[in-house]
Design a protein around this ligand. Structure first.
Ligand SMILES: CC(C)(COP(=O)(O)OP(=O)(O)OC[C@H]1O[C@@H](n2cnc3c(N)ncnc32)[C@H](O)[C@@H]1OP(=O)(O)O)[C@@H](O)C(=O)NCCC(=O)NCCS
Length: 165
């Protein structure tokens, strides 16, 4: 049966993730930059696999009560199947488990698809960073979402290592 699995990033994922970065971004993360996050205790990088093949990933940094999403990407041929949403849910789960109270990210205002995804899971616009992006230069829209802790009523699901259809 074909299933998606979210797993923590490991050394074996690095070449495929660097390739995914090249496909998706004008300023891609290198293998070296990705590898450095393996030893970073504030970094939680989560990989979506489909039958053992890397199809997407998300990177988040949890520092005390705040959490920033640094990267999210899905292979073009696997988009619009819910993997991006699944990765975001996994990231929110990791952030909550790390003690974060909110989760934020920057996005190009021209990236309508990504903005639609973020809004669909409850992110709201909270600010703008002028000329945040290069190649091409563009402002960075800041989106944020409050994370409700388990004690306050929201069910705290564990997304990592579970299989999803
Ligand atoms: C943004 C990205 C991660 C979305 O991944 P995905 O797996 O296709 O997203 P999902 O299938 O989970 O989408 C969930 C919902 O988000 C919205 N959405 C996602 N992509 C969309 C698009 N291109 N246009 C409009 N809405 C979109 C839709 O509401 C979608 O639900 P639906 O398919 O039932 O209509 C993917 O397009 C990508 O890798 N883009 C290139 C890298 C990038 O821009 N990253 C973001 C940097 S800030």
């Amino acid at each position: 049966m074909n299933k998606y699995t979210l797993v923590p990033m490991n050394e074996n994922h690095i070449p495929e993730l660097a390739n995914l970065e090249k496909i998706c971004f004008s300023q891609p993360w290198s293998e070296k930059s990705l590898r450095e996050e393996l030893d970073n205790r504030t970094a939680h990088f989560i990989v979506a696999e489909f039958n053992g093949v890397v199809v997407g990933y998300i990177g988040v940094f949890v520092v005390y009560e705040s959490c920033d999403i640094s990267n999210i990407a899905v292979l073009p041929e696997y988009r619009r199947r819910g993997i991006g949403r699944l990765l975001l849910e996994g990231a929110c789960d990791a952030a909550r488990n790390g003690g974060a109270e909110s989760i934020s990210l920057e996005v190009r205002p021209s990236n309508r698809g990504a903005i639609a995804l973020y809004r669909s899971v409850g992110f709201e616009e909270v600010g703008l960073r002028k000329n945040f992006y290069r190649n091409p230069t563009e402002d960075g829209l800041i989106l944020s979402k409050k994370l409700i802790s388990k004690e306050n009523g929201e069910e705290n699901e564990d997304f990592i290592n579970r299989k999803f259809m």
